[in-house]
Design a protein around this ligand. Structure first.
Ligand SMILES: [Zn+2]
Length: 420
């Protein structure tokens, strides 16, 4: 399949052209495209994943953009399937409405997925409307009571929504704010849609956490931006928007939830914004050297891991992977694990009996671990490392070992189990 890849020449946030390559990475297949047996004969191309920094505003981003229609059309991720995410969304809805005195009106979610976030606003008396390009998931959301428009958000669509449903008291964009190549267009849509006094709430993975916790697994083609607060503040200002609060959380490894109003809006700017700006300045987050150091650390980790894997292979040990997640594709490509890991297990029936993107490593149900007892299992779904370890005590007790690689290499045996 021929997929369109375009390459930007300017910064996604400020349009500046002084872009510097800071984290070169191995080209990688699209992370979510696990292949069926019938698709195995089709070649799987790899696409660049390199990160650049803008010398003008400090925004860290990918410049190569894989056609979003290909990336998102058959997206299978569903937020409602993870209990922690549902609780997180519930808290977001509660806090947003309470803190900004919003007692009714319309809530719009851009990239609304299965409608989980909007359902929490609906529970609290809001009218809701989702926008999401993934057909199947959007249809499911509509069926479950969250009407969803199957499309990408655009200025035209924002104006149409406003005309038909009125201005929005709340607009959300959870994680899609890191997914959109045309983020300026998205900001203009949000400005057009927001009611005076309304708020826009977004969540994005946070650059500082990526650096501090070596969150390599969060770098994949959907994440064209890796946000930090400083470039975001000036970007929003240029689009008539103002960041009024920013909170950190560790749900997806390390993210920020930002709240935004129209410039001149009624809400005061919380201290959290200035606090994070100060931390970013102290950490030189907008400097190319900081990112280059991260890149060097990654290379060091890769070297250590390669040496360890080669040693295990020499001893004749079998090594499998756990978790057919998007992060797994990145980890396999960047850590050079395609020739090391022979099988991947996953709890989800949707992934079982498929093959990893590009390398075509077979995905088996988790029970295969117990039937074949590989010596080591490398955890690819790093966010879920602890539950994976806890759920598979029996594998460890029978002599198996887990390997983790971020933020550092660690071999986990039965002694590391959390006491019940
Ligand atoms: Zn810039």
């Amino acid at each position: 399949m021929q997929v369109k890849v375009t390459r930007r020449k300017t910064c996604r946030l400020c349009d500046g052209s002084r872009l510097e390559l800071v984290v070169p990475l191995a080209p990688t297949p699209v992370a979510e495209k696990y292949a069926t047996k019938e698709e195995l004969h089709q070649p799987t191309p790899s696409y660049p994943l390199d990160l650049y920094i803008c010398r003008d505003c400090g925004h860290v981003q990918m410049l190569d953009v894989v056609d979003p229609a290909f990336l998102f059309a058959d997206y299978t991720y569903q937020s409602g399937k993870t209990k922690k995410i549902v609780e997180h969304f519930d808290e977001i809805a509660e806090t947003t409405l309470r803190r900004y005195n919003i007692t009714g009106g319309l809530a719009v979610d851009i990239g609304s997925n299965d409608g989980t976030l909007l359902s929490r606003f609906k529970l609290r008396g809001m009218r809701v409307l989702g926008v999401d390009p993934a057909k199947e998931i959007a249809a499911k959301a509509t069926e479950s009571g969250v009407p969803t428009i199957t499309d990408f958000m655009s200025l035209g669509l924002a104006k149409k929504i406003k005309q038909e449903h009125g201005a929005a008291s709340v607009v959300c964009a959870f994680n899609v704010f890191a997914h959109n190549d045309d983020i300026a267009g998205m900001a203009e849509s949000i400005r057009a849609l927001l009611a005076p006094g309304g708020v826009f709430v977004f969540e994005a993975s946070y650059l500082l956490d990526i650096l501090d916790r070596m969150l390599l697994g969060t770098i994949f083609h959907e994440h064209v931006s890796h946000h930090s607060v400083k470039p975001m503040v000036s970007f929003l200002k240029r689009h008539g928007l103002e960041l009024i609060d920013v909170q950190r959380n560790s749900i997806q490894g390390g993210s920020i939830v930002g709240t935004v109003q129209l410039v001149g809006g009624p809400h005061p700017v919380a201290k959290t914004v200035g606090d994070l700006l100060e931390i970013e300045q102290a950490r030189k987050l907008d400097q190319p050297e900081t990112l280059k150091k991260f890149s060097q650390d990654l290379q060091k980790l890769k070297g250590q891991l390669e040496a360890m894997m080669a040693d295990l292979k020499r001893q004749g040990k079998t090594i499998w992977g756990f978790g057919a997640a998007r992060s797994g594709t990145t980890l396999i490509a960047q850590m050079n694990l395609a020739k090391v890991i022979t099988h991947i297990v996953d709890d989800s029936p949707d992934k079982q009996n498929k093959f990893s993107p590009g390398d075509h490593i077979p995905i088996l149900p988790t029970k295969a671990l117990y039937e074949q007892m590989p010596d080591y299992v490398f955890i690819l779904a790093w966010i879920h490392a602890q539950p994976i370890i806890n759920n598979n005590r029996a594998y460890l007790e029978r002599g198996g070992r887990f390997i983790l690689c971020v933020p550092e290499i660690r071999v986990v045996g039965p002694d590391d189990l959390e006491k019940k």
